[in-house]
Design a protein around this ligand. Structure first.
Ligand code: FES
Length: 296
């Protein structure tokens, strides 16, 4: 197998792909909660992706890609046997794991997969693990069976109510705290910033239950040098790539993170995606077209 080669590609549910990649160096060092920076080709931006699983013996890692913007669309068009231009990692601090007691984990969108190594780690440390996974509808839910192997309870929630409970992770949590009066010692969430900010607001109001969130930020170098992943945290500036990506959710300035930081490149992203147009939706054709444009 060659470096950064895709050994296996699976489309779990529409637009969500699990990729197994040959990267022995990263497989040797990875820890739950860490991420990699991936470049599809020489022209690509660097996309941060949480490491889902790793196998030190085989020298492989797995991650989940949600086809959303330009780079993730390019990834979706790659096939088994194709190789990435570069993969750097493992980056970031590992997630904060110990025997907390009863832990609730919430994963939405790409976080449905990303929370898996954390569930595995917390279960191994003797916690009672309750995992809530959220999707818009039943067709977008995945990893239910895998979670049953590392959780004491798995709760499914869909926005339209087509499977499990209707609503969102914070609705399930609200019910557990207010109605069921369950004792929760620690909460961790991974998914979109809006969902995590709502969980944070809820748990702060309900007696400040310790809540940790893995933030989603724009990243460029991943080493604390460029500043693109900065966030305001407890009145100070922090960098998601080296100080995180997991933070105490109650200390994050969520408004700034959602409305200012993560919309910085929205114009470039939209234009890039338009360029990767339907008639050009293959990586080879896209690369050809980019070369022609650079030469002209
Ligand atoms: Fe550049 Fe974090 S990605 S400082």
């Amino acid at each position: 197998m060659s470096k950064f080669e895709i050994l296996k590609k699976e489309e779990f549910v529409p637009n969500f792909y699990k990729l197994d990649i040959a990267v022995p160096g990263i497989a040797k060092k990875a820890k739950a909660g860490q991420f990699i920076l991936v470049m599809v080709d020489k022209q690509s931006e660097k996309i941060p992706l949480t490491i889902l699983d790793w196998d030190e013996e085989k020298g492989t890692i797995s991650f989940i890609v949600q086809e959303l913007g330009l780079s993730t669309s390019k990834m979706a068009f790659m096939e088994e046997g194709d190789s990435f231009y570069s993969i750097v990692g493992p980056l970031g601090e590992p997630a904060y794991l110990e025997n907390f007691g009863t832990v609730v984990l919430g994963g939405g969108c790409y976080g449905v997969g990303a929370v898996f190594p954390i569930a595995k780690g917390l279960k191994a440390l003797g916690n009672y693990v309750i995992t809530i996974i959220e999707a818009k509808n039943e067709n977008l839910l995945y990893y239910e069976e895998e979670y049953k192997t590392v959780s004491d309870e798995v709760i499914l929630v869909t926005t339209d109510g087509s499977k499990g409970e209707r609503g969102h992770i914070y609705d399930v949590l609200d019910n557990m705290i207010e109605v069921q009066k369950r004792k929760i010692d620690h909460i961790k969430v991974i998914g979109c910033n809006v969902m995590m900010s709502k969980v944070s607001k809820l748990t702060k109001e309900k007696g400040a239950i310790p809540t940790y969130a893995t933030v989603t930020t724009i990243m460029v170098d991943g080493t604390g040098m460029c500043g693109s992943c900065r966030l305001s945290y407890d009145g100070k500036t922090k960098f998601a790539c080296v100080d995180g990506p997991e933070f105490d959710a109650h200390k994050i300035d969520w408004d700034e993170l959602i409305h200012v930081r993560n919309t910085s490149y929205i114009t470039e992203e939209t234009l890039g995606l338009q360029n990767f147009s339907p008639e050009c939706r293959s990586l080879a054709k896209y690369q050809e077209r980019t070369k022609e444009e650079e030469a002209s």
